[in-house]
Design a protein around this ligand. Structure first.
Ligand code: NAD
Ligand code: MG
Length: 360
């Protein structure tokens, strides 16, 4: 078992990583202060893992559960309102604890509900996707989508504890698993050269979902993200390096239609584009771009633009018109392996060239 602390002053909390943690009360109970608990999960995860979590909660007077519909389309205020309805109907008071059992969608909504219910109640994260374990459960961003924008309504709100059980990853669909690996590789690239090299050596163990390799990769990813977040909790500067590959990736998601490419898949292709651009700017060697490509391919992730998506389509989606270029497009690029920086003076021609190299 690995345990690390996210250092955020009085909002600090531990992340516990290992196997067979779900049904184990000893990791959960110390972080629940009141007598009431509500487990929030979804219709896919509940049949797989809910009963084990309920076992660990057997000593509580009041344990309610709510199963939300599955999918990003349900990450809305309406769905969060269903959580509020249940909490009020079942008379949960200010000392209740919400437990998020599921992927990032469940985690983001549960955290947001906890931030708002009676002006803030405790919450615990039990992330069950790789992406949730290495990314969305760390750092305290919570929220929902609005018809006019993704994640536009939300709050910074930290959990009391995160419990990441590697066993839950055994049932994750292959594409979802690879999408999580994309964010893992991102940490190596932006701030952890030794981890990137470890990933190169261990990618086949990871893809075989070896629990020990997974626990190491989750631990290391959480440490890397936690360190960046601890420096800049509310993203006024350095936290933006976590968006490496994401500007290109968001363009892919927007043009392909959200859901066709998974976020992690779009980020994978986006990271190759950002690496190519870093090379064109003269910061990194061509050989490093090749290593990035090879590692992502070994993780069964895309490394080029979607079929038929032109540089124009990218630049439009990235809002790279003249005005934005004059007013600067901020991109996260590599200065070296394990060293990202935010650059806002990249010439449009270089961006086009990088995109073309990646098949746009
Ligand atoms: P998700 O929550 O939709 O989960 C992906 C799919 O896997 C879903 O169908 C889910 O029901 C299913 N699933 C979950 N656990 C499973 C398991 N153990 N076995 C089988 N199936 C399982 O998606 P995600 O990738 O976990 O998270 C994406 C969300 O996270 C997005 O809404 C994104 O905005 C958010 N996010 C938030 C942050 C943050 O900092 N808060 C960071 C990154 C992403
Ligand atoms: Mg991401």
């Amino acid at each position: 078992m690995h345990c690390l602390n996210v250092e955020l002053g009085e909002r600090s909390y531990p992340i516990i990583i290992g196997s067979q943690l779900l049904g184990d009360a000893q990791h959960l109970l110390p972080y629940i202060r009141g007598k009431q608990v509500c487990v929030v999960t979804n219709e896919t995860v509940a049949p797989l893992y809910l009963s084990r979590v309920l076992e660990a909660l057997s000593e509580f007077d009041k344990v309610d559960t709510i199963e939300l519909p599955d999918g990003e389309a349900f990450k809305t205020l309406d769905t969060v309102n269903r959580i509020f309805d249940l909490l009020l109907e079942r008379r949960h008071n200010r000392s209740t604890t919400l437990i998020a059992l599921g992927g990032g969608v469940v985690g983001d909504m549960t955290g947001f509900a906890a931030a708002c219910y009676q002006r803030g109640v405790d919450f615990v994260q039990i992330p069950t996707t790789l992406l949730a374990q290495v990314d969305s459960s760390v750092g305290g961003k919570t929220g929902v989508n609005h018809p006019l924008g993704k994640n536009m309504i939300g709050a910074f709100y930290q959990p009391r504890v995160v419990i990441a059980d590697m066993d839950t990853l055994a049932t994750l669909p292959e594409r979802e698993f690879s999408a999580g690996i994309a964010e893992v590789i991102k940490y190596g690239l932006i701030c952890d050269e030794p981890f990137f090299c470890w990933l190169e050596d261990n990618i086949s163990r990871l893809m075989a979902r070896d629990p020990q390799a997974l626990a190491y990769a989750v631990d290391r990813s959480c440490r890397d993200k936690a360190a960046v977040v601890a420096e800049d909790e509310r993203e006024s500067g350095r936290r933006a390096i976590l968006n490496f590959g994401h500007t290109f990736g968001h363009a892919i998601e927007a043009v392909q239609g959200y859901g066709n490419w998974l976020h992690g898949e779009a980020v994978a292709a986006g990271m190759v584009m950002a690496a190519e651009l870093s090379h064109l700017r003269g910061s990194i060697e061509a050989g490093l771009v090749e290593r990035v490509r090879a590692l992502l391919e070994a993780a069964r992730l895309p490394t080029a633009a979607p079929q038929g998506m032109t540089t124009e389509a990218f630049l439009d989606a990235m809002a790279v018109d003249k005005k934005v270029m004059d007013g600067r497009l901020r991109l996260v690029l590599l200065r070296a392996l394990g060293d990202a920086q935010i650059i806002d003076d990249t010439p449009r021609e270089l961006i086009e060239q990088a995109l073309q190299t990646c098949g746009a």
